[in-house]
Design a protein around this ligand. Structure first.
Ligand code: CS2
Length: 492
C-alpha cells in the first residue's frame, strides 16, 4: 500500500470531520514540545487543541525533533500544521483535525542553534517532553554519566544531541538574555517524572556552571504529570483508516488512538500555563498516587501481556484480552499484586479502574502490538514491576504474576519464538545479546547474569534468595512449557 503526500483540502472533508474554530493565526509558540511522536500528537497536543477551543487564547505549540529527518515536519508545515486525529473503538470512529501546533523545528533541518535560541525566547513559558524513558539518561536516580550521549553533550554543550543537553543549553541562553522563569514538564511514563527530569537537568547544568545550576533552581519548575492514552505506532491499516475517515484524502501526519484520554498535572508552573482544566485535565497538588496507579496497573499489565503474549503467539493486546486465560491472569496481576501496593488517589475505585483498563485492552480496532510494548524492557521493568515486588517481599505478599513477567522478559530477549527470530529493541540490547551469547546454553548462569544488571534489578532484591528462586522458577516455566501454558498455570 502506498500513501503519497497530498495537501489537505479542507473544503472537501466529510461533514463529520471537525476542524479548529479558534483563531489559529493568533497562536504564538508559548509551549515548546520535544519529541512529537504518536503519543504527543494524540495526547499533549490534543489537550491543548481542546483548551484553545474553549478559551481562544494564544498558547500555541512549537514541536521539536532531535532524531530522524524533517520530512514529516515539512509536510505538516505544508498543511498549515493541521493534522488528523482518529479515535477508534468497536463502538465507532471519530476523526477531526487538530490545530494547536503553530511551528516545527528539526535539528537536522534548522540546526541546533535555532532550537537553543527558541527555548530562550521570552514568550515561551513551558517546555514539555515526550522522549520515552531512556530519553532522560538517568540511572539509579541520577544523571547517567556513563551514557555516551551525555558524555558527548557535556564535552560539546553548545551542540547537544540529547533532550537534556538541549534544555540546559536553552536555559543557559535564556538566563544570559534575562528572559525570565520557565517550566519544564515531563510527560513520560516514569514515576516522579518531573523530579527525575529536574535531577537530570540540574546535574547536567552543574557539571558546566554552578551559577547556571543555581539560576535553574530559582527560575525553573519541573512539575510531574501522569499521562494516559493508548496510541499504537502507525500501520498501513491505521493509515487506511485515516484516509477512509477523511473521505479518501491522505494525511501522513495523522494518528489513530483509543477514545480514552487522561492527564493529571502537578500545578507548579513558574511562568503561567494554558487553562488545561477547561479541556478536562486534572491539575492537582500531588500527582504521585495517580502516576503509581497508572504505571503499576496499566503499564505493569501491558508489559506482562507484551512478553508473555508475544511469546504465546499473540500479536496484539486485544488478542490477549480476547483469550480468557490471559484476561483473567492480567486482571489478577492488577487486582491481587499491584493494587495492594498503591496509595489510592482521591476519589478513585481501584478495582473499577482495573476493570476499565481491561475494557480498553479489548478494543479490537486498535491493533496495539505486543512487540511494540515489549521494547525497552530494561527501562520499564523497575517502575512497572520491581517496586511492587519490593512491597510484597516486605509484606509477605504473593508476587507470582510479577515474577512470571520477569521470566517472560528473560525469555523474550533471546529473540527466538519457536525458531522465529525478531528484533529486540532496547538501549541495552548489545549487553543483553552478549549475555545471551555467553550464557544462553546454561539457563541458571543466564538468569543470574541478567539479575546482575544493577541498573535494572535493585541489589536489595537480588540479595534475596526467595526473589532469585522465584525468578529462576518463572524463567524455567516459560522456557520449558511455553508462555501460554505458564500463564495458564498461574491459575493453579
Ligand atoms: C505502553 C504505553 O508501550 C508501552 O510501554 O505500556 O505506551 C501505554 O500504551 C501508555 O502508557 C498508555 O497511556
Amino acid at each position: 500500500m502506498t500513501f503519497d503526500f497530498q495537501k489537505l483540502d479542507l473544503a472537501a472533508l466529510p461533514d463529520n470531520v471537525a476542524v479548529p474554530t479558534y483563531d489559529r493565526a493568533a497562536l504564538k509558540p508559548r509551549i515548546a514540545h520535544i519529541g512529537f511522536g504518536a503519543f504527543a500528537r494524540a495526547h499533549v497536543a490534543m489537550h491543548l487543541h481542546e483548551t484553545l477551543a474553549a478559551d481562544g487564547s494564544d498558547w500555541g505549540m512549537r514541536v521539536i525533533e532531535l532524531f530522524g529527518t524533517a520530512d514529516l515536519f515539512d509536510k505538516l508545515a505544508e498543511n498549515n500544521h493541521l493534522y488528523t486525529l482518529v479515535e477508534t473503538a468497536d463502538e465507532g470512529t471519530n476523526a477531526r483535525l487538530l490545530g494547536a501546533v503553530c511551528e516545527t523545528q528539526h535539528i537536522a533541518r534548522d540546526g541546533i542553534n535555532a532550537l537553543i535560541e527558541g527555548l530562550a525566547e521570552e514568550q515561551l513559558k513551558v517546555i514539555s517532553l515526550t522522549v520515552t524513558e531512556k530519553g532522560y539518561c538517568v540511572a539509579n536516580g541520577k544523571l547517567d554519566l556513563e551514557n555516551p550521549m551525555i558524555q558527548q553533550d557535556l564535552a560539546t554543550p553548545h551542540a547537544p544531541k540529547t533532550a537534556i543537553g538541549l534544555i540546559v543549553a536553552g536555559l543557559a541562553k535564556r538566563r544570559a538574555l534575562g528572559n525570565g522563569p520557565i517550566t519544564v514538564m515531563s510527560c513520560d511514563n516514569l514515576p516522579h517524572n518531573g523530579v527525575l527530569c529536574g535531577i537530570a537537568v540540574r546535574e547536567f547544568a552543574a557539571k558546566q556552571d554552578a551559577e547556571l545550576a543555581a539560576w535553574i533552581e530559582e527560575n525553573v519548575s519541573f512539575p510531574s504529570t501522569m499521562v494516559d492514552r493508548i496510541v499504537p505506532a502507525l500501520t498501513d491499516e491505521s493509515r487506511s483508516l485515516i484516509r477512509e475517515s477523511l473521505g479518501g484524502q491522505v494525511d501522513l501526519n495523522g494518528i489513530v488512538c483509543e477514545p480514552f484520554c487522561q492527564w493529571v498535572i502537578e500545578d507548579n508552573f513558574k511562568a503561567g500555563r494554558p487553562q488545561w482544566e477547561l479541556a478536562g485535565t486534572q491539575l492537582v497538588a500531588d500527582v504521585e498516587p495517580f502516576e503509581e496507579m497508572k504505571l503499576r496497573t496499566l503499564n505493569g499489565s501491558h508489559s506482562f501481556l507484551a512478553y508473555l503474549g508475544f511469546l504465546g503467539g499473540k500479536e496484539t493486546i486485544a488478542d490477549c484480552a480476547a483469550d480468557p486465560v490471559y484476561y483473567a491472569e492480567a486482571r489478577k496481576l492488577m487486582v491481587d499484586e499491584q493494587l495492594p501496593t498503591l496509595d489510592v488517589p482521591e476519589g478513585v475505585d481501584l478495582v473499577a479502574y482495573a476493570e476499565s483498563l481491561l475494557k480498553r485492552y479489548s478494543n479490537s480496532k486498535l491493533k496495539h502490538q505486543t512487540w511494540q510494548i515489549a521494547a525497552d524492557g530494561t527501562q520499564k521493568m523497575p517502575q512497572r514491576w520491581l517496586n511492587s515486588v519490593k512491597f510484597h517481599i516486605a509484606n509477605g505478599g504473593d508476587y507470582s504474576h510479577l515474577a512470571l513477567g520477569i521470566g517472560g522478559w528473560m525469555n523474550y530477549i533471546r529473540a527466538n519464538r519457536n525458531g522465529e527470530r525478531y528484533e529486540v529493541v532496547d538501549p541495552m540490547k548489545d549487553k543483553l545479546a552478549e549475555i545471551v551469547a555467553q550464557h544462553g546454553d546454561n539457563q541458571t548462569a543466564y538468569v543470574d547474569a541478567l539479575l546482575a544488571l544493577d541498573s535494572v534489578f535493585p541489589s536489595e532484591l537480588v540479595a534475596r534468595d526467595d526473589f532469585k528462586k522465584a525468578v529462576h522458577k518463572a524463567y524455567h516455566a516459560v522456557a520449558d512449557k511455553g508462555a501460554a501454558q505458564a500463564v495458564a498455570d498461574l491459575a493453579n
